[in-house]
Design a protein around this ligand. Structure first.
Ligand code: SAM
Length: 220
């Protein structure tokens, strides 16, 4: 239940060095999370991207306590086995639909990932979908201009829903397939997560869509 979630009043009130002790305590005190995996599940994407982007801090958000505990154990074990690696990834248990502005400053994030989000098939439950027009404004707030949101799903109806909401939103535009060819992350979205592997085993389809945060033209 929601009363179980602790969250800071402001991003600076959170003790980030507990998640990234080596980087923030010992090396760069002001380093901030730049990649966010929303609903990270068992953490496969974080583990895959960690060595590819050693200078970026990456955080997975996961609402289920057992799953976030598992990801934390997985990261601690990797750090133990490879002492100088996996210092840039961590997991936080929270409800990503509620508390993002408590954890992240405006324009802080460079990349956000929504990989195989829960589809909530029934129309009455569409409001629980993690991509919706209200939350897109919040994602635009925490994302830097030119920042990128990656989505992938095996559910065609959900894919179309996500594309529709992004395209209709004034602060996002879809990135063309041509432009995506040079992005080394795209290939990783299909197989690196546990859900992606499950879809492959079941011979499911995979629908990818990637969007860019366009400038809002507001200069205070
Ligand atoms: N992205 C992972 C993957 O590809 O393997 C997990 C996909 S799984 C179908 C969706 C995940 O999102 C679940 O682990 C679920 O607990 C998590 N989730 C759902 N709603 C959430 C929320 N509001 N905040 C954080 N995590 C959420």
């Amino acid at each position: 239940a929601d009363h179980c979630f602790e969250y800071p009043a402001h991003p600076d009130d959170y003790n980030w060095s507990t998640l990234f002790p080596k980087t923030i305590e010992q090396e760069q005190k002001n380093k901030q999370v730049e990649f966010l995996d929303v609903g990270c599940g068992y953490g496969g994407l974080l583990v895959t991207l960690s060595p590819l982007f050693p200078n970026n801090l990456m955080l997975g958000l996961e609402i289920r306590v057992k799953v976030s505990d598992y990801v934390n154990d997985r990261i601690q074990a990797l750090r133990y086995q490879h002492p100088d690696q996996f210092q840039n990834i961590a997991v936080l248990r929270t409800n990503a639909m509620k508390y993002l502005p408590n954890f992240f400053h405006k324009g802080q994030l460079k990349k956000m990932f929504f990989l195989y989000p829960d589809p909530h098939f029934k129309k009455a439950k569409h409001k629980w979908r993690i991509i919706n027009k209200w939350l897109l404004s919040e994602y635009a707030y925490v994302l830097a201009e030119e920042g990128v949101i990656y989505t992938i799903t095996d559910v065609k109806d959900l894919h179309e829903w996500m594309v529709k909401h992004f395209v209709e939103h004034p602060l996002f535009e879809r990135i063309s397939d041509e432009e995506l060819k040079s992005d080394i992350i795209v290939d990783k979205l299909y197989e690196s997560t546990e859900e992606g592997q499950k879809v492959t085993r079941n011979n499911g389809d995979k629908y990818l869509a990637v969007f860019k945060r366009i400038p809002d033209g507001y200069n205070p």
